[in-house]
Design a protein around this ligand. Structure first.
Ligand code: UDP
Length: 402
């Protein structure tokens, strides 16, 4: 059944629901389109899946277009993604050509006569150059752009300047050299989605069993695409240290996103780093794409880890916090907007393997502490990171651009 705003009454209360209807008023009947480059895998698709039905349910006609690209195009855009997060790039004319020509081809069969166009991330960014602009365009950047590669940034800025507004996830990503208005939207999760809905312990156990995860030892998990920035190999290193003190099992779950060509390469690196532990069954690598499994695994885990070296926001952190889990994560990017160290989770520098391992061991040995932290984590998400808040942010922004 399609989601409706009223479904969220029991989560956020009537006053908030009314506030959202009120914020939608100036936009009733307007036509909005979101454009990104994948319908599944990664945080952007996750949010659009709920946000779009909700916008429609309150009377704003909202569509979703997905940029079609070749593997060659997605290799280029993944290298852009990496370079925006600080990696090197050799920005040749051929690379620019592949990027711009793919987007131009998409523009030919994508007619945009909407009142607002919202473009997500760098993949479809140049679209704006292929239309006669007749409405506000918004660029929503989900990436950690604290320290982007300068050459690439200068090139992409050429497209960004045509946008009316840029949305970023953190004050830290604001760019002094960008004259466009920059607004901050925290990403958010849908508490009623398959991934986050309540589950009984029996259902959790059933799902965990179905995927062959044994529960005879405490479970530590990181749920993330197999991506260098999520540092799954580092997670294996941390786990090896944990095992010196406590016997536990590590489950790495990572689906393969269609706009991310690096997945299997990184998967094989992890497989190599964890070879012996995989043999004994103490490390389990899963690549299934299942929201029910994400939900059950986050609920079943004794500790959730997120050892990213860069992280635009980190929805997996929010999801685990919602499930009252103590998350041990890197002090990077958007994770620091969510976790206050020692209050509602724990933060370490991304390469502090000992710090990660010690905190994980402490949480495995002190259940009361894990529970107390988890309870506070849940309250943080309820207050700041639910999809209904994101919906309100969009309504207010669109109204301000009318
Ligand atoms: N995810 C998933 N299955 C997986 C791995 C990740 O459904 O096997 C989801 C995860 O639950 C979250 C999103 O993909 O909703 C990842 O968002 P995040 O912001 O953590 O990272 P991104 O992939 O966007 O860099």
């Amino acid at each position: 059944m399609q989601k409706k705003l009223s479904d969220y009454r029991r989560v956020i209360g009537d006053k908030e629901i009314y506030e959202i209807y009120k914020a939608a008023k100036p936009l009733l009947g307007k036509h909005v389109v979101h454009i990104n480059s994948t319908y599944q895998g990664g945080g952007v698709a996750e949010m659009l899946n709920t946000l779009i039905p909700l916008m429609n349910s309150i009377g704003i006609k909202t569509g979703w277009r997905i940029l079609h690209g070749t593997p060659e195009f997605f290799n280029v855009t993944k290298s852009f993604h990496n370079a925006l997060q600080g990696a090197d790039i050799n920005l040749t004319n051929n690379i620019k050509k592949i990027y711009e020509e793919t987007v131009e081809a998409f523009s030919v069969f994508t007619h945009l006569d909407h009142d607002f166009v919202i473009v997500h991330d760098p993949q479809p960014l140049p679209l704006i150059s292929f239309y006669k602009k007749s409405q506000p365009w918004i660029w929503r950047c989900h990436i950690d752009i604290t320290n982007p590669n300068k050459t690439l940034w200068e090139y992409l800025k050429g497209f960004i300047l045509a946008y009316d507004t840029v949305i970023i996830s953190s004050e830290k990503y604001k760019k002094d050299d960008l004259p466009n208005p920059q607004v901050i939207f925290y990403p958010s999760i849908d508490p009623l989605s398959e991934k986050n809905r309540d589950m009984t312990p029996e259902e959790v156990d059933m799902v965990i069993k179905k995927y062959g995860i044994k529960t005879d030892k405490p479970i530590i998990t990181q749920i993330s695409r197999f991506d260098p920035w999520k540092d799954p190999v580092g997670v294996i290193e941390v786990f090896k240290k944990v095992k010196q003190s406590v016997d536990a099992r590590l489950v790495l779950l990572g689906n393969m996103a269609s706009d991310d060509p690096e997945g299997w390469k990184i998967y094989r690196e992890v497989e190599k780093a964890a070879k012996d532990l995989i043999k004994t069954g103490d490390v389990l690598l899963l690549t299934v794409d299942s929201s029910t499994l994400v939900n059950a695994l986050q609920r079943k885990a004794d500790v959730v880890i997120q050892k990213s070296t860069r992280e635009g926001f980190g929805l997996t952190v929010t999801e685990a916090m919602w499930k009252k889990k103590a998350v041990v994560a890197s002090r990077v990017g958007g994770i620091t907007l969510q976790i206050e160290d020692g209050v509602n989770g724990f933060l370490h520098d991304p390469y502090d393997y000992d710090g990660f391992a010690n905190t994980i061991v402490k949480l495995l040995e002190d259940k009361a502490l894990a529970e107390e932290i988890g309870q506070r984590a849940h309250e943080t998400v309820k207050e700041k990171f639910l999809i209904t808040r994101l919906l309100k942010d969009y309504l207010n922004l669109l109204s301000s651009l009318m």
